[in-house]
Design a protein around this ligand. Structure first.
Ligand SMILES: *Cc1c(COP(=O)(O)O)cnc(C)c1O
Length: 478
């Protein structure tokens, strides 16, 4: 017998599969018809014609048997449900905030937070932005200002904490407008728009120090905080031996409250919440809650959904779980790397992002290269992804298109849903699309909604680029 020397020490999922859902690949003709009918917008495709669905990790989680058990024992009392008490106790223990304000999903919490804290004309600095977060800040009369570190804008840079806030940028804004003109600082974990990139504990601590001295509140978007904590544990000195639960508790400790979309980290299919430390703020938020969502002990959720979320939050903190979650994303990243597909570095916590500017250098950003690639990926193998570039960024107050530095296609992994072999198929499809990039042109937008346009916009494909166009355009844009 001869055993090799370097035996790998692989991770694996700390669960086995109990129920399955059948999926099948449609024909190329069916996909062509479906994509045309959907106006080349992957949000408008019917799920029955999608083979591997990497549109989002939002609400697409597979629940555990224990979560399903909580669904069955849910208390649907209109007032004072035991599942509210259960979730409240978990949120207080895990995140450390005193007040739980349950909402139908993350944007419900963002709406209430924005209406509670923002006065018209005030600034809301943040580390890049999230679509619905920015929408609610602007809807409440706020002005969003990006204060993320410059490293975030370079997709090829290996930098461990690209989500960090640049305190100097924040300070410049505070000096320019005065601290009373800052509604609060919006701090997102695992920043979605720059590739699922984490913030460091040191940055959260420094931000807390800066803001508390000036009476400025810090509100955490803790939607993917657990995944962020895995990166802190594996990348930040001093945290390797701390538990995910302890790291999360410390992180939240540097903030005054949080909004959460439970559809991500919390391992459920629907729900969200706002959590706050301050009694007076919570009182005001609850007044809005009963008007816009529901009574204070269910807000926007059924009792059973609060129960499943309470179980899901506790499951999400297990090291073996979060390791398998984030390392599965890295597996997809490594496969794509091995084919030479241009992706954002380092690998994100919930998704791998294709760099559309590098894949289609001959297609200018106004012709929506990332949106086009998302369509091509669907045609290639029934894989559904999402544009995170100029379409998602929308328009400013003067009606001009924001031109974000990053033009990306997001391949998002639902939690506990797909296996490595699904990801093999996905990475091969990406490689095949890149291989024929020369023959791929951009899109023309033919229907544009007034807000959050990426959800419902419609497009038509532009014709095949002329031979040599790729080289000429790439040279001209240099
Ligand atoms: C999904 C998400 C939201 C919005 O939550 P919904 O549940 O979709 O309303 C807010 N912030 C981040 C970072 C998200 O990923």
């Amino acid at each position: 017998m001869r055993i090799i020397d370097n035996i790998p020490n692989s991770w694996c999922e700390p669960w086995k599969i109990k129920t399955i859902e059948h999926i099948s690949l449609s024909t190329r003709e069916e996909r062509e018809a479906a994509l045309e009918a959907a106006g080349w917008n992957t949000f408008l495709l019917p799920s029955r014609l999608v083979f591997i669905d990497l549109l989002t990790d939002s609400g697409t989680n597979a629940m555990s048997d224990e979560q399903w058990a909580a669904i069955m024992t849910g208390d649907e009392a209109y007032a004072g449900s035991k599942d509210f008490e259960r979730l409240e106790a978990v949120v207080q223990e895990v995140y450390g905030y005193k007040h739980l304000i349950p909402t139908h999903q993350g944007r419900g919490a963002e709406h209430i937070l924005s209406q509670t804290l923002i006065r018209k004309g005030q600034y809301v600095p943040g580390n890049m932005y999230f679509t619905t977060t920015k929408f609610h800040q602007e809807y409440a009369g706020g002005i969003f200002e990006d204060v993320i570190v410059d490293e975030a804008f370079d997709p090829n840079l290996e930098f461990p904490f690209k989500g960090n806030i640049d305190i100097d940028k924040l300070d410049a804004l505070v000096k320019r407008v005065g601290p009373e003109q800052i509604a609060y600082v919006s701090l997102e974990t695992n920043v979605n728009m720059c590739g699922g990139q984490p913030i460091s504990m040191a940055n959260a601590r420094a931000l807390h120090e800066y803001c508390s001295k000036r009476g400025i509140l810090v509100m955490l978007d803790a939607t993917r905080a657990v995944e962020n904590c895995y990166f802190i544990k594996t990348r930040e000195p001093g945290y390797a031996d701390k538990s995910i639960a302890d790291i999360l508790h410390e992180l939240c400790g540097y903030t005054d409250g949080c909004t959460i979309s439970g559809k991500k980290d919390c391992l459920v299919n629907i729900g969200g919440f706002l959590a706050l430390r301050d009694d007076k703020l919570a009182l005001r938020a609850r007044e809005l809650l009963v008007a816009f969502e529901g009574l204070q002990t269910y807000g926007g959720m059924a009792g059973r959904d609060m129960g499943a979320m309470a179980v899901g939050i506790l499951e999400s903190l297990h090291y073996d779980y979060i390791r398998a979650r984030v390392e599965q994303v890295a597996y997809l990243g490594k496969r794509l790397d091995s084919f030479g597909v241009p992706i954002v570095r380092p690998y994100g916590g919930h998704a791998i992002y294709l760099n559309a500017k590098q894949i289609l250098p001959h297609v200018p950003q106004e012709k929506y290269p990332a949106q086009r690639i998302a369509g091509e990926l669907y045609l290639e193998a029934g894989v559904r992804s999402m544009e995170r570039g100029i379409v998602s960024a929308g328009r400013d107050h003067d009606g001009n298109e924001y031109k974000p530095a990053l033009e990306l296609v997001r391949l998002t992994l639902p939690r506990r849903v797909y296996t490595q072999s699904h990801l093999d198929v996905v990475s091969e499809a990406c490689a095949r699309v890149c291989k024929r990039a020369d023959s791929i042109n951009g899109l023309k937008m033919v229907h544009e909604p007034g807000s959050l346009r990426f959800f419902q916009a419609r497009f038509e494909p532009l014709g095949v680029p002329a031979p040599g166009a790729k080289k000429a355009m790439a040279a001209a844009s240099r």
